[in-house]
Write a protein that binds this ligand. Structure first.
Ligand code: PHE
Length: 341
């Protein structure tokens, strides 16, 4: 009897099947009512009483073994022929799709452009790889004038023509003035490049929105009112502005504009270095030389221009302390702006 059990175990262990039907045949052969194991059980009656215990145990073990072996053969087909169908749970909640968020600089840029659009400005764009004429020469930077050092330029080629990465989007203003006659009222958003050491406060590229308005009888008062309206819409109606005299080759007179510190409300804090004011932009009346260079008669027309960094405005609005975060593409940072949409 024990011999028989051993032989049957070996037979079952070596049994293989090449389809689900063959597995079923194996099950019938060994485990059904007419199968080999039932036959063994019938023989069990004839076993001598002192051997019954041992033989009974062996038969049970064999039965378990046969069941497991046949099941595992069956499973190998289930996964091959019907991938995971049994595990498909149609009541499970769908995996949430991951929707991207707008970059904080895009959000702020759009907000800025919307404010200027509401005051009648249209959007103009131009190339990032520029020539010396559009970035410097036409804007009243004479060759070798030290003012060119104000903007550390990345030069691409000096010969034959001076090709460089634009250091400000004022180059777009030149491009528009070359081809259009006043009235011109545009804002120029875009990326600009300067050869600066990268730190929390400076980067070798950043983004600007610059504005230009040229018409008859445009005055500094018009400029001031437009900038005040912008500051109040961007930072809230309580915002104050102040203009300090400054210098740019392409504007005369020139000024820099501060707004009352949004963080401490003007009382003085670390962000505004205790002054209660933060600088946000440069501006001025377009220099007559610039108008002349672009084919606009300064005896008839006058205009103003202003320019500001989008990163700076974003820092003020969202208190981002490190400029590098804007270009690192860390999704944990970018997701912070999900609710700002
Ligand atoms: N182009 C200047 C800059 O990049 C900003 C500016 C624009 C200043 C227009 C005055 C008028 O710093």
């Amino acid at each position: 009897m024990l011999e028989k059990i051993k032989a049957l175990r070996e037979e079952i262990a070596s049994a293989t099947a090449s389809s689900l039907e063959e597995v079923e045949q194996l099950r019938i052969k060994y485990l059904s009512k007419k199968g080999a194991l039932t036959a063994l059980m019938n023989d069990f009656r004839t076993v001598a009483p002192e051997l019954k215990r041992e033989v009974g145990q062996k038969i049970n073990e064999l039965k378990n073994f046969a069941g497991e072996h046949i099941n595992s053969l069956k499973e190998s087909f289930a996964t091959a022929e019907d991938p995971g169908l049994e595990e498909l749970d149609l009541t499970r909640t769908a995996t949430p799709g991951c929707v991207g968020t707008r970059h904080p600089l895009s959000l702020v840029k759009n907000e800025m452009l919307n404010i200027f659009a509401s005051m009648g400005f249209t959007i103009a764009e131009g190339p990032e790889v520029e020539d010396d004429w559009h970035v410097f020469e036409s804007l009243n930077f004479p060759p070798d004038h030290p003012a060119r050092d104000m903007q550390d330029t990345f030069f691409i080629s000096r010969n034959p023509a001076d090709i460089l990465l634009r250091t400000h989007t004022s180059s777009v203003q030149t491009r528009v003035m070359e081809h259009a006659q006043p009235p011109i009222r545009i804002v120029c958003p875009g990326r600009v490049y300067r050869n600066e050491a990268i730190s929390a406060r400076a980067h070798c590229f950043f983004h600007q929105v610059e504005g230009l308005y040229i018409d008859k009888n445009v005055s500094f008062a018009d400029l001031k009112q437009v900038l005040l309206t912008f500051a109040r819409q961007m930072f809230g109606p309580q915002t104050k502005i102040r203009l300090r005299p400054s210098y740019f080759p392409f504007t005369e007179p020139s000024a820099e504009m501060d707004i009352s510190c949004d963080i401490c409300g003007g009382k003085g804090c670390a962000f505004c270095k205790g002054t209660g004011w933060v600088e946000i932009l440069g501006c001025g009346m377009v220099d007559p030389n610039v108008l002349k260079a672009c084919g606009i008669d300064p005896e008839i027309y006058s205009g103003y221009a202003f320019g500001m960094g989008i990163e700076r405005i974003t820092n003020l609005k969202y208190k981002v302390k490190d400029l590098r975060m804007f270009s690192e593409n860390d999704v944990r940072f970018l997701r912070e702006f999900e609710s700002a949409h």
